[in-house]
Design a protein around this ligand. Structure first.
Ligand code: SF4
Length: 341
C-alpha cells in the first residue's frame, strides 16, 4: 500500500511562563492510501496538536514544530506559507469538533462551500454553485436547493456537521483530518456521521486521520490505531491487534474503561491518577505513576518500541525478554463488534 503521509520525529513545544511545554514528543507514523488511521488517547495526550501540525495551524510563537511531515515528497513543515495555502483545503482538509464554531454564522452555507471551489478549482460561481448542490446531496442534506441559501443556525447539529464534511470534501482532498468529528453530537447522529464518512471514503478514496478519545468510534470507523499518551505514541497496530492483542498497560486501561454493552450495571473503570506535567516530563516511561505493573527501570529509562508484528508495536518494558510475565486483565476483551454497531 502506498503511503500518502509519512511523519517522522514530530515534536511540538509551546513556550509558556512555566517553561517549555512539550506537547508532542517525537512521533513517527504514516497514513496509507484509502485507510482510516485513528489517533486515540485522553485529553492532553497531544492528538489535536498533532492534527494541527499536519495542517500547519500551530502559530509560532508560541509553538515550535520540529520533524518532518512528508506529503507527496514535500515536507509540510518546510514548504512556504503560500504553498501550504494551496495544499490546505485542497489536498488536505480538516473537520473540527464543533460544527457551529467551524461554520461562519454570517455567511450562507452555499457560499461557504463554493469559496474553496472558486479558490482551489478555478470554478466559475455557477459551476461552484452546482458542485455545492451536488455535495449537499452527497452528504444527505434533504431539500438542498432550498438549504443551500440558509445559515448555519438554521441547521441541527448533525446537519451542520454534514455541511462541514461537504466543505472538507469539496476539492476531493487526498487526506481528511477529522478532529473529534462526532464528539459534539448525540449517539445516533454520531453513528450516522461515521457511516457517512465511511461511505464517502469508499466513493472518493480519501485517506482519513481520525482523532478521537472514544474507542467505540475507533471500532466503528478505523483500520489502524495509534494510541497516544503524554505526547508519544505508546502502541500502534491494526484495529484487531489493538482490541484483541493489546500489549501496553495504557491501552489495557483505555479498553477497560469502555462501557460494557451486555446490560451489566458495573461501575465504569477509570485509569487512576493524572498524566504527567509536560512542562517537566518524566525521564522514564510517562505512564509510570499510573501503571500497576511499573518496575524500577520504568522510572529510569523510557522504553523503546518492541515490534510485535509488521503492523504492531508497543513501547513498554514488559515486552523485554527478561520482564515478568504479565497478562492483560481479562475483562478488557469486550466484544469489539458490540461497539462497532
Ligand atoms: Fe508500565 Fe513500565 Fe510499561 Fe510504562 S514501561 S507502561 S510503567 S510497565
Amino acid at each position: 500500500m502506498n503511503k500518502v503521509l509519512d511523519v517522522n520525529g514530530l515534536k511540538v513545544t509551546f513556550k509558556s511562563f512555566d517553561g517549555d511545554v512539550q506537547a508532542v514528543r517525537g512521533l513517527d507514523f504514516y497514513l496509507n492510501e484509502k485507510e482510516t488511521l485513528a489517533i486515540v488517547g485522553e485529553s492532553g495526550s497531544g492528538k489535536s496538536v498533532t492534527s494541527q501540525s499536519i495542517m500547519r495551524l500551530i502559530s509560532s510563537p508560541p509553538g515550535i514544530v520540529e520533524g518532518s511531515i512528508m506529503f507527496e515528497e514535500k515536507d509540510l513543515n518546510e514548504v512556504s506559507e503560500k504553498e501550504m495555502e494551496s495544499i490546505r483545503g485542497k489536498e488536505i482538509s480538516m473537520i473540527f469538533q464543533d460544527p457551529m464554531t467551524s461554520l461562519n454564522p454570517t455567511m450562507r452555507i452555499g457560499r461557504q462551500i463554493t469559496e474553496g471551489l472558486i479558490k482551489h478549482q478555478n470554478m466559475t460561481k455557477k459551476e461552484a454553485f452546482n458542485r455545492a448542490l451536488q455535495l449537499l446531496k452527497l452528504v444527505g442534506i434533504p431539500d438542498s436547493e432550498e438549504r443551500i441559501h440558509q445559515y448555519a443556525h438554521q441547521f441541527s447539529g448533525g446537519m451542520r456537521q454534514r455541511v462541514v464534511i461537504a466543505i472538507a470534501l469539496a476539492c476531493n482532498p487526498k487526506i481528511l483530518v477529522a478532529d473529534e468529528p462526532t464528539t459534539a453530537l448525540d449517539v445516533t447522529i454520531q453513528a450516522q456521521i461515521l457511516e457517512l464518512m465511511k461511505d464517502l471514503q469508499q466513493k472518493t478514496g480519501t485517506s482519513i486521520i481520525l482523532i478521537t478519545h472514544d474507542l467505540g468510534v475507533v471500532a466503528k470507523a478505523a483500520s489502524r490505531v495509534a494510541v497516544m499518551y503524554s505526547g508519544k505514541i505508546v502502541e500502534t497496530g491494526t484495529v484487531d491487534e489493538i482490541f484483541y492483542e493489546p500489549k501496553h498497560p495504557y491501552t489495557w486501561g483505555l479498553l477497560g474503561s469502555m462501557p460494557k454493552l451486555d446490560g451489566s450495571k458495573e461501575l465504569l473503570n477509570a485509569i487512576p491518577g493524572t498524566p504527567p506535567d509536560l512542562a517537566n516530563p518524566p525521564k522514564g516511561c510517562p505512564f509510570v505513576t499510573r501503571c500497576p505493573y511499573a518496575m524500577n527501570i520504568c522510572e529510569e529509562r523510557n522504553p523503546e518500541y518492541t515490534t510485535i508484528s509488521d503492523t504492531h508495536k508497543s513501547a513498554c518494558w514488559l515486552q523485554e525478554r527478561l520482564a515478568p510475565d504479565v497478562e492483560p486483565p481479562q475483562d478488557i476483551f469486550i466484544r469489539r463488534e458490540d461497539h462497532a454497531r
